[in-house]
Design a protein around this ligand. Structure first.
Ligand SMILES: Cc1ncc(COP(=O)(O)O)c(C=O)c1O
Length: 366
């Protein structure tokens, strides 16, 4: 509880002419501590801490757009983000065009007079394609639009989109930034020009963070640089292991990881990401979902867990979880089949992870 000295001070605090706290939805010290740290990592003075990653995206939409505006939406976004930007935003009179974030010419063509925002992910899910943030920013800025980057998979340790020219960056703090699977929180940071409406919209639409989650996430953030370094190092070794399995003719028929020289965005990822290629790997098993189930059952050390970014390695099956709403053709366009497994690599020993994977492959094959 925060007490006001008198009515005059209450007025000043609520108007924002005096710094201080009145009510948690408008601001609280734990969110400010967390926001300061995120601001340092992203090189921004403007950070809003939100109740979830989805709330950060809602905040971007509600603060930046209005009826009659047009959005460009990457066709490789997290499923719920696409739902929000194409379906829910449409209900508010905001139109959209789905674009391939890797096709710069197509994006230039898709820009309209009323295009206000392009939304992409630094590293997409589950194909792990890497968006060229500097090039995208240049294209949209020429048309007077802005760029919002969902940097959840990269975290500010690997990539700082604002420094590359993006106008807004968001993260699901629930994932690698907190890192322990016990918090639901989001973050939006941006430039001065984008920020005027953000604090009022965050408080007024009820998107603000809880003090407890902000406090826990601040503890998580203290080890993010160590966790991301270790998880990235592990992920590269695990991706190499899976690529060897593929070469050896095992059940693995495809491996996607930006750190592998054969990945289509390896050069861009090497330039744009610092200190590693992230914790996420996708690989494909031959056969149908029965094979995926056999693999999951035979690798009990790796939890089948649709979320990601924990200290332990977890597996997900996009066709039955994050992308289950897609038609077969839509899923195929994103490279998702019944055999696609997405791995969120943790900070265990690399031997533990590769042994568990080997066990899963052997069990599925038997
Ligand atoms: C890339 C990405 N962005 C945003 C979100 C939404 O974040 P939250 O679950 O914190 O609302 C997720 C959740 O999985 C995600 O993977």
């Amino acid at each position: 509880m925060w007490e006001c000295d008198d009515t005059e001070q209450a007025n000043r605090l609520l108007e924002g002419t005096e710094a201080g706290y009145v009510y948690q939805r408008d601001g609280h010290p734990n969110a400010d501590v967390f926001a300061d740290l995120c601001g340092q990592l992203h090189g921004s003075e403007h950070v809003a801490v939100t109740s979830s990653g989805m709330a950060a995206l809602s905040l971007a939409v509600l603060s930046q757009l209005q009826q009659g505006d047009h959005l460009l939406v990457s066709s490789q976004l997290y499923g719920r983000s696409e739902w929000l930007l194409t379906g829910e935003a449409g209900r508010l009179g905001i139109t959209h065009t789905l674009v391939d974030a890797l096709d710069l010419d197509a994006i230039e063509q898709a820009l309209q007079e009323n295009t206000r925002l392009l939304v992409v992910e630094t590293i997409s899910n589950p194909q792990l394609r890497v968006a060229d943030i500097a090039a995208l920013a240049e294209i949209v800025h020429k048309a007077g639009a802005r760029l919002l980057v969902d940097n959840t998979f990269a975290t500010p340790i690997l990539c700082q989109p604002l420094a590359l020219g993006a106008d807004l960056v968001m993260e699901s703090v629930s994932k690698m930034m907190n890192g322990h699977g016990d918090v639901m929180l989001g973050m939006l940071a941006g430039t001065q020009q984008c920020w005027e409406r953000v604090p009022r919209v965050c408080a007024g639409w009820g998107l603000a963070s809880s003090p407890m989650s902000s406090w826990l996430a601040t503890r998580g953030l203290a080890t993010m640089h160590l966790r991301m370094a270790r998880a990235s190092e592990n992920a590269l070794a695990v991706a190499q292991f899976l690529a060897e399995q593929q070469q050896a003719g095992s059940l693995v028929v495809d491996v996607q990881y930006p750190g592998l020289p054969g990945h289509p965005d390896h050069d861009l990822a090497s330039r744009q990401l610092q200190g590693g290629f992230g914790a996420m790997i996708s690989f494909r098993l031959a056969g149908d979902s029965t094979m995926a189930d056999r693999f999951l059952a035979a690798a009990p050390g790796l939890a089948f867990c649709p979320s990601l970014g924990e200290t332990s390695t977890t597996l997900s099956h996009p066709a039955s979880t994050s992308h289950r709403g897609l038609s077969e053709q839509e899923a195929a366009a994103l490279g998702i089949t019944a055999g696609t497994i997405r791995l969120s690599v943790g900070i265990e020993s690399v031997e533990f992870i590769t042994q568990a994977l080997a066990q899963g492959l052997a069990g599925a094959a038997s």
